[in-house]
Design a protein around this ligand. Structure first.
Ligand code: NAD
Length: 497
């Protein structure tokens, strides 16, 4: 029996210019990371397919039905997408679980968040005002917003349905065509989402989905002259390469990149909440989260007691079968990625780190068939150590004591990344002071990893550029145009001179 509802992704076909068909590159065997069983063979796109998808997306967009549809009617299509996602909520959550191995409880939340993202941007679209700007003469001035054209949306494997929705919803709301390139290893949910878009009434050709190799298809998309904007979520090095190409094309680009986020626990913090929050911040999603709180700073006066409780908590985390309601941590995405996490732990130990827990694969049960790795905590390293500076993207936490606030802020900011941070303290004045000094796009205070579609998200420094989410998220996919309406009956004075 197939492990999920295959009607969501019939034949593993991909979507190119409104046509579901096989791609021209070699098919990809999608594996379940929990036991390496075959999900299905999925067709993948070639470079020629990618170019064809862009050209057909451009033709569909130029035809104008979607771009010029009245905003309240386009919003209706987005509301229908949200409804269809919720009608297939459980099936999509199971598909996402098979695709990337996240625990089912987490994938259910991600699917619901994708539906909410479409609803939110539908509401933004319906209620978005354009501006009449203050006139400085006998003319009326207006600022209006128009779609850009063909958008390439490139997404990573860690939360596919949520990342896809965060790009598709505002880009479609704004009246663009989208060529979506999911991560090579997680194509399933993106294909299912595209079928839903079609069924909801998005015109043919406005959405294409191209599973396959990023270095081939992604590259074709970024360089293609008819792609007018790239919205990318992924690693910093790939993002930097895209930005270089975009600079040559003078093309706008949004980049949501990597992180190495600091969490700091002050001696006056609510310790129960802080222990739970730190564990959740790093080990949920097996640490495969851009915003994972992977550097921990604990005030020295409570360091030993806090670390004892943290390690006890980490040892109790339930690592296992993603289909179980009880599981807190699933497997890592691939064998290769687990090896990279293992290499980083070895580097940490070579640099003088001490292992407090984890640092190994679970052994002796069925988890040996999957890519599991135990929650891992190290101490005894300086913030300058490689494993404190480089993104590991796995369940690995490095803990360090701190003495005073000023030095803490220096160390927390001593990173090329600036994605997120967490502060645990009961002193609201200190929380304010520290939060305002942190170089990060998001700061959580006495909480961690909470997300709201109505609040903008962005990375500072090498964690990215551009914004996603929030009311103005839709404007990232529009271009602004100024209109001047002459109101003077007399000709322009220069002509009369
Ligand atoms: P990745 O950069 O390897 O791949 C991301 C996407 O880019 C994939 O679809 C991939 O196929 C494609 N790609 C690869 N090479 C390309 C190229 N040369 N041109 C165009 N596209 C190309 O990242 P990943 O391993 O899939 O995801 C993990 C990374 O994503 C981590 O660094 C993580 O921090 C980051 N991430 C960031 C956020 C955020 O919002 N800031 C969210 C999730 C993940």
């Amino acid at each position: 029996m197939t492990p999920f509802d295959t009607s969501l992704v019939p034949n593993g076909d991909i979507l190119i210019g409104g046509e579901w068909r096989q791609g021209r590159a070699a098919p990809f065997a999608s594996l379940y990371p929990a036991d390496q069983s075959l999900n299905m063979e999925v067709s993948t796109a070639s470079a020629e397919d990618a170019a064809e998808a862009v050209e057909k997306a451009h033709a569909a967009w130029k035809q104008g039905e979607w771009a010029t549809m009245k905003p309240h009617l386009r919003a209706l299509v987005l509301y229908r997408i949200a409804d269809l996602i919720m009608q297939r909520h459980e099936a999509l959550a199971q598909l996402q679980r098979r695709d990337n191995g996240k625990p089912i409880k987490e994938t259910r939340v991600l699917v619901a968040s994708a539906a909410n993202t479409f609803r939110y941007f539908a509401a933004c679209l319906e209620t978005m005002d354009e501006e009449v700007t203050p006139s400085r003469g006998d003319y009326l001035t207006m600022s209006v917003y128009e779609p850009i054209g063909v958008i390439a949306a490139i997404t990573p494997w860690n939360s596919p349905i949520a990342s896809d929705a965060q790009k598709l919803a505002p880009a479609l709301a704004a009246g663009n065509a989208v060529v979506l390139k999911p991560a090579e290893v997680t194509p399933l949910v993106s294909l299912a989402l595209a079928r839903i878009c079609e069924e909801a009434g998005v015109p043919k050709g406005i959405v294409s989905v191209l599973p396959g190799k990023g270095s081939v298809i992604g590259d074709v998309l970024v360089r293609h002259p008819l792609v007018r904007k790239v919205s990318f979520t992924g690693g910093t090095e790939v993002g930097r390469g895209i930005a270089r190409i975009a600079a040559d094309k003078l093309m706008p680009v949004s980049l949501e990149l990597g992180g190495k986020s600091p969490t700091m626990v002050f001696e006056d913090a609510d310790i129960d909440h802080a222990v739970n929050g730190v564990l959740y911040g790093i080990f949920s999603s097996s640490g495969e989260a851009c915003i994972a709180g992977s550097r921990l700073f604990v005030q020295r006066s409570i360091y030993d007691t806090f670390m004892k409780r943290l390690v006890e908590g980490a040892r109790k985390l339930r690592v296992g079968d993603p289909s179980s309601e009880n599981t807190q941590m699933g497997p890592l995405i691939t064998a290769k990625h687990r090896e990279s996490v293992e290499r980083y732990v070895a580097i940490g130990l070579e640099e003088g780190g001490r292992l407090l827990c984890g640092g190994e694969r679970p052994v002796g049960d069925q988890r040996e068939h999957g890519f599991f790795y135990q929650p891992t905590i190290l101490e005894g390293l300086k913030n300058s150590a490689r494993i404190c500076q480089e993104e590991i993207f796995g369940p690995v936490l490095v803990a360090m004591p701190f003495d005073d606030e000023a030095a803490l802020i220096e160390e927390a900011n001593d990173s090329v990344f600036g994605l997120a941070a967490g502060i645990w303290t009961r002193d609201y004045k200190r929380a304010w002071r520290v939060a305002r000094k942190l170089e990060a796009g998001t700061v959580w205070i006495n909480t961690y990893k909470l997300f709201s579609i109505s609040t903008p998200f962005s990375g500072w420094k090498e964690s990215g550029m551009g914004r996603e989410k929030g009311r103005l998220g839709i404007r990232e996919y529009m271009q602004q145009k100024s209109l001047y309406w002459g109101l003077n009956d007399a000709p322009l004075p220069w002509a009369n001179a």
